[in-house]
Ligand binder design. Sequence first.
Ligand SMILES: Nc1ncnc2c1ncn2[C@@H]1O[C@H](COP(=O)(O)OP(=O)(O)OP(=O)(O)O)[C@@H](O)[C@H]1O
Ligand SMILES: [Mg+2]
Length: 421
Amino acid sequence: MNNVIVGLDIGTCNVRAVIAELSEDGSLNVTGVGSSPSTGLRKGVVLNIEATLKAIQSAIEAAELMSACEVTSCYVAIGGSQIESFNSKGLVAVSSKGKENKEIDQSDIDRVIDAARAIMIPMDREILHVIPQSYIVDGQGGLKEPRAMIGVRLEVEVHIVTASVTATQNIVRCVNRAAYGVDGIMLKTLAAARSVMTQEERNLGSILIDLGGGTTDVLVLCDDAPVCSCSIPIGGQMVTNDISIVKGISTENAEKIKIDAGCCWEPLLDTYEEVLLPGVGGRAPEIITRQELCQIIQPRVQEILEMTRDKLALLTKSKQLSGNIVLCGGGALMHGIADLTSYVFDTSAVRIGNAAKMGGLFDEYHSPQYATATGIVLTQADVRRKAIESGELQIRETKQRDNTLTKDLFAGIKEFFKAFF
Ligand SMILES: Nc1ncnc2c1ncn2[C@@H]1O[C@H](COP(=O)(O)OP(=O)(O)OP(=O)(O)O)[C@@H](O)[C@H]1O
Ligand SMILES: [Mg+2]
């Protein structure tokens, strides 16, 4: 393994790449970031391999240029409708083989997690993550670390994330055809949460909402573990479409106006500001107010947030969430989004989550849009730091990477998550 980590977020609107280097002292420095508009996906699912691989190539090439480092493989995030998740339980008798007493060790933990993942899933799906939420030893619940405890019966509560086999294969294919290997795949909201949420928020119970272009992805964390994740198949592109249809302008112009003058919370617009809409086909340009624009944007964004709220109300019935609602993704840049979210969820505990700052000479990734790509890098850095601590991994101070293209892809993915969870 090497000290360079590359995170790739293949989104419906943009592909984003982050290159970081983990140094021997455990510090992580970002050396390159790149992004490229993406046109080959719909609602987070690859529909056009050619267009997607081109976007991947240009995002990674832009990051390579910045970091003067040649990328051969990367860690990829996936989300959207191809993901499903649920909670499960596992139970084993603590083994006394080779031990003086029934002290729980790593092999018991591995066995109970294997028991929890032994569930029927459809043939067209594969397990992406099995994340322990808490352990129960002889009926005593809520344990985070059962190792070294003495007990007879070990149970675990886990959150299982599954992905569509074909959708995952298509993502991997795009990356491979762009001439990069895939070191691992992870759920994009899990990555984003690593980047934008504080430990306190994760413990108290918080909701991450990734307001993307094609989908709105949600992850609820409580006691530092995911309790539910879901995706709503609407995003910022729908808002742009609304502006384009209502005002009779192209989607390119609608997108530009949305970004430059859009707002989704009318009370913030107390001054009279005008927006110039370009005329189509020789039609004279039209002048509207920001309020008028807001009246097109706000109902759609509110609808997305209400759908999220209603879905979560069903999924997290019994959970006490006293942390924050953290917003990320491009939609989190919309003027007034925190106010509208506060209104819909009836709480003031809402904030915009900027990607965590790491070391390095620049911080242009410190925005909600880079939450996922930076989160992948941070997660993998955690895995490597753990491996270094346990003496399994030596950092090699070189920018040359092994060519992992021909490596057994799924073995690599398995190893990554075995180390992580
Ligand atoms: N300043 C801004 N104000 C309002 N919306 C914005 C702003 N900047 C970007 N967006 C919107 O954010 C969306 C893109 O966000 P992002 O790049 O996170 O999506 P993505 O990751 O490509 O998509 P997905 O996660 O759904 O696959 C677009 O709809 C874009 O219009
Ligand atoms: Mg996204």
